[in-house]
Write a protein that binds this ligand. Structure first.
Ligand code: PMP
Length: 298
């Protein structure tokens, strides 16, 4: 399979207020965001021409920047308009949207008080490749050796580029050993999340998910909790010990990219995705595609 690199594609990217040709959307090598991790981003999906929970993502982007001590020089409304313009220029009705904001090059040291704040927005096609039935086989997770840091160690509520350093290391280690993703514990040893998705387990028909006190409270996570409650499931947010996971009847992950993804294995423990996974996958699919009523009535 030949891969088209992301820097060498046709189309346009919204960059600091205007749409520029895709290949011209560059940063200089001496950029603070690259050297010191002063960079935040979003991952969003557009379904049938409508960006799912668009405003929530724009608000989170602004908040992530604030947590890193910088202010994106565009309002939530302006970011909303920019995302729509980006998708429109690409005729994108089903795809993925990536806003990214970072400190520029005016100062190149730890201190960067006067650096310009940049914002860029790109979109690309990213279909859900797997049918619900294929997904029901479940992905395999390896336990990561890296732990999610404490909230007084890093700005854990921010979707900040720097927090993904340990995610990439964990995911690469997992892939090297034949797993698709990694499960990370937190600094206390509680189950936290996968490298880009939140964690859920089902025990005795009840859904349990870790309290998001040191990792992203995903927009998909919150959506799926609502959907589960609408289905009549009990949902408990609490600290979860790794040993408890072994006895779960089903496990799944949630995220903008992952949507609802069942898990078939964690290390040596195997799980069989079942009814809860299937129901929530169908409900999520119905919701994002604007036909929840039909699915909920089934
Ligand atoms: N945790 C991490 C580390 C993530 O990268 C993501 C994806 N943004 C999530 C959780 C899920 O967040 P959301 O549902 O808002 O996409």
């Amino acid at each position: 399979m030949s891969i088209i690199p992301f820097h060498d594609r046709d189309g346009h990217i919204w960059y600091d207020g205007q749409l520029v040709p895709w290949r011209d959307a560059k940063v200089h090598v001496l950029t603070h965001g690259l050297h010191y991790g002063s960079c935040v981003f979003e991952g969003e999906r557009i379904y049938n021409g409508s960006i799912f929970k668009s405003r929530e993502h724009s608000v989170r982007l602004k908040k992530s920047a604030e947590l890193l001590g910088f202010d994106i020089p565009y309002s939530v409304d302006e970011i909303e308009e920019a995302k729509v313009a980006t998708c429109k220029a690409a005729n994108m009705v089903n795809g993925y949207i990536r806003p990214v904001a970072w400190r520029g090059s005016e100062m190149m040291g730890v201190s960067a008080q006067h650096n310009k704040i940049h914002l860029a927005i790109a979109c690309w096609e990213w279909p859900s490749y797997f049918t619900p039935e294929a997904r029901m086989k479940g992905i395999h997770l390896q336990l990561s050796k890296w732990r999610r840091p404490a909230p007084d160690t890093a700005p854990t509520e921010a979707k900040a580029a720097g927090l993904y350093m340990i995610c990439t290391m964990s995911k690469h280690a997992a892939e090297k050993d034949g797993f698709q993703d990694a499960l990370m514990l937190d600094y206390r040893g509680y189950v936290a999340e996968a490298t880009g998705a939140n964690f859920f387990m089902i025990k005795d028909g009840v859904i349990h998910t870790p309290t998001p006190d040191c990792f992203l409270n995903g927009i998909t996570r919150q959506t799926v909790i609502d959907l589960a409650k609408r289905r009549g499931y009990q949902v408990i947010e609490r600290h979860i010990q790794l040993e408890e996971v072994q006895g779960a009847s089903e496990i799944f992950l949630t995220g903008t990219a992952a949507e609802v993804t069942p898990v078939g294995r964690i290390g040596d423990w195997t799980f069989t995705p079942g009814e809860v996974c299937r129901n929530l996958m169908l409900d999520y699919d119905a919701l994002v595609n604007g036909r929840l009523e039909a699915a909920a009535a089934e």
